[in-house]
Design a protein around this ligand. Structure first.
Ligand SMILES: Nc1ncnc2c1ncn2[C@@H]1O[C@H](COP(=O)(O)OP(=O)(O)OP(=O)(O)O)[C@@H](O)[C@H]1O
Length: 605
């Protein structure tokens, strides 16, 4: 669980400069109080009442230095000079020393933490992404970063200096008349402690609201991602209704619990403040009439106590703003505290910290047992040897564990038992980034990044020559597609560019994989979603790759795997058959049944 300390630590790197700028901002708030004090003293000079000892000695010192006799005019000039110093001279220095640094720190921390967030996103385990959709994650991160950025200048630049200013006011009143100071202190503590108690309750509600908002955003993001399904099933109205209910639920919390809470808080706060101002006025008047304080002190006390009570509203507003943001800041830190995945690759790309491997491509699964939930294994005691340059096809019913086996090979998950060896070395002992660079996979859905076709092709290996790119495209049969593109290799594809068809994406995926020259190449349902012609084309591309490196093909369509050296049939997490196409057809097992189903549509018993 995250707490306030995490929020403070967010700014830790700039602690020294933060202390300096908060101290400067506080000092300026306190210096500001010299003005009403000097005005009070001016009033005393004008009404021929004695000025305070400290002012008297300051006037005397300046008189000695300037060799000017002390009279009413000279005293007024000194006091006026003081006011000039703390108002006109202070103004530009204040802006530079406080505002500049407050925003400087806020913006720098934003840059630092945006980078840390990306590091976290890149190193979280895959299961995190299975459980949290992009909208939820992006919303949480964006709100967290934004709220931290705004909070710093407000809390460090305003709230803390304002509280110190109130303390300064208390000391000045104490210096003038301790009874008024005591009344002032008690009223302040009373108002602030009650406000904090209320704010704590409101913060719990804010936390609840943040959770609700995250759910709503997550669903909106899902609707965007799955918009084709939404439209195809004509569920727009149902989605709208569901989201409207969620938004209504948020509104109920915002209006009747949070907003009403703040309104109630402000109502009684204002009433009490006005009562206190009135009480201070009465007490100050009584002490002036009783001759305990001068008219100048009467005016100073009234002015600065009104200034202090006037600060209560911005202080409460700032505390309210902090309370409103607190929940989302905590949830940001909870995200940042998510444990890094065991499969996380190094984020620093130097040849010294990335293992450089060159395998022949011999892969061995030895007694592999694995379950996403260790109590429910989806792979059970898998033993499979793939020789270098061999092509092995994994087939079997949906859910039999084919993709899971590949996920283990990529080290996205760790097996519960057993080992996976490459060229006789346990993959667990290898540097994960260096190892993965020797593998490549073509998924059913090939990801296309926004950029040119060339950018996408060289994504895994930006150092390849153009001739190598052309060769890979020729093998993947992408060259014929590129010829028809408006700007050839420089055609922009992806989000803001040309949309590629499923078959074109597949070919792009194959060429991209070939360009990293992998020792083991995996096709995961590469042809499943394609029409017959595209499938044939991809099959031809695959055929020209087979034998050039170790290849694993996961396929539902058996026409794709016919030519594999070995076909492995998985069923309920176990290898139940293995052999060539012809051998398996003779075995009268699952493969033969699947084959006849696909060839004739008939299910053999
Ligand atoms: N991230 C996950 N978390 C929990 N269970 C999962 C996860 N991914 C897959 N499974 C489960 O593991 C089992 C094997 O799934 P897997 O995707 O490996 O099967 P498959 O043979 O590749 O299926 P298909 O051919 O339909 O892709 C299934 O029961 C599936 O529900």
């Amino acid at each position: 669980m995250a707490n306030l300390r995490d929020i403070l630590n967010y700014y830790q790197k700039y602690r020294a400069i933060a202390i300096l700028s908060i101290a400067a901002a506080s000092l300026f708030e306190i210096i500001d109080l010299v003005v009403p004090y000097a005005i009070g003293q001016i009033l005393n000079v004008l009404s021929n009442q004695p000025v305070d000892g400290i002012v008297q000695s300051a006037i005397a010192t300046i008189s000695q230095l300037t060799q000017t006799p002390v009279n009413q005019l000279f005293s007024l000039a000194v006091l006026l000079g003081l006011v000039f110093l703390v108002t006109v001279v202070r103004a530009p220095v204040q802006v530079r020393l406080s505002w500049w640094f407050h925003w400087d720190i806020a913006l720098r921390t934003r840059r630092d933490h945006a980078q840390k967030t990306l590091e976290k996103i890149l190193t979280l385990p895959l299961e995190f992404y299975d459980e949290n959709n992009p909208g939820r994650i992006a919303g949480r991160v964006a709100r967290g970063l934004e709220n931290h950025t705004w909070t710093y200048p407000e809390i460090a630049g305003q709230l803390i200096p304002k509280l110190l200013r109130v303390l300064g006011i208390f000391l000045i009143i104490w210096f003038i008349e301790w009874r008024i100071a005591l009344l002032f202190l008690v009223s302040f503590i009373f108002i602030l402690s009650f406000s904090l108690k209320d704010l704590k309750q409101l913060m719990d509600q804010e936390r609840r609201l943040d959770r609700y908002m995250e759910n709503t955003q997550s669903r909106t993001s899902e609707i965007i991602t799955n918009i084709k399904t939404v439209k195809a099933f004509a569920t727009e109205a149902a989605e709208l209704k569901r989201q409207r209910q969620r938004l209504d639920r948020e509104l109920q919390v915002v209006i009747y619990r949070i907003h009403l809470g703040y309104v109630k808080l402000a109502t009684w706060q204002r009433t009490i403040v006005q009562f206190c101002v009135f009480a201070v006025l009465g007490l100050a008047l009584a002490t002036t009439l009783g001759g305990q304080i001068s008219i100048g002190h009467f005016v100073t006390t009234l002015t600065i106590s009104s200034m202090a009570y006037a600060e209560l509203e911005p202080i409460s507003n700032l505390a309210e703003i902090f309370a409103r943001r607190y929940a989302s800041m905590l949830r940001f830190h909870e995200f940042m505290q998510q444990p890094t995945g065991k499969d996380a690759a190094s984020l620093v790309n130097t040849s010294s910290n990335i293992g450089m491997y060159d395998f022949t491509g011999k892969v061995e699964f030895s007694h592999i047992t694995f379950g996403y939930d260790p109590n429910r294994p989806v792979l059970k005691d898998i033993n499979l040897l793939i020789e270098p340059y061999q092509t092995v096809a994994l087939v079997g019913r949906s859910g039999s564990g084919k993709s899971t086996l590949v996920k283990l090979l990529f080290r996205y998950f760790e097996p519960n038992q057993g080992q996976i060896l490459i060229d006789g070395q346990d993959i667990h002992d290898l540097d994960v980034a260096g190892y993965r660079r020797r593998l490549a996979i073509v998924h059913q859905e090939v990801d296309v990044f926004n950029g040119t076709l060339l950018d996408n092709l060289t994504y895994g290996n930006p150092h390849v020559s153009f001739a190598q790119v052309e060769e890979a495209c020729r093998i993947a049969r992408l060259d014929e597609v590129i010829q028809q593109m408006p700007q050839g290799y420089n055609t922009v594809v992806g989000e803001r560019g040309l949309r590629l068809s499923g078959g074109q994406r597949q070919r792009l995926g194959i060429a991209r994989s070939l360009l990293v020259d992998p020792d083991v190449l995996i096709f995961d349902e590469a042809t499943s979603s394609l029409d017959y012609e595209s499938e044939r084309s991809i099959q031809l591309a695959m055929r020209s790759i087979l034998g050039t490196r170790t290849t694993i093909i996961i396929a539902h369509r058996l026409s794709t795997v016919r030519e594999a050296d070995k076909i492995v049939v998985l069923d309920q997490g176990k290898i139940v058959e293995a052999g060539s196409h012809d051998e398996l057809l003779r075995q009268q097992g699952i493969y033969r049944r699947l084959h006849s189903l696909q060839e004739t549509g008939e299910l053999l018993s």
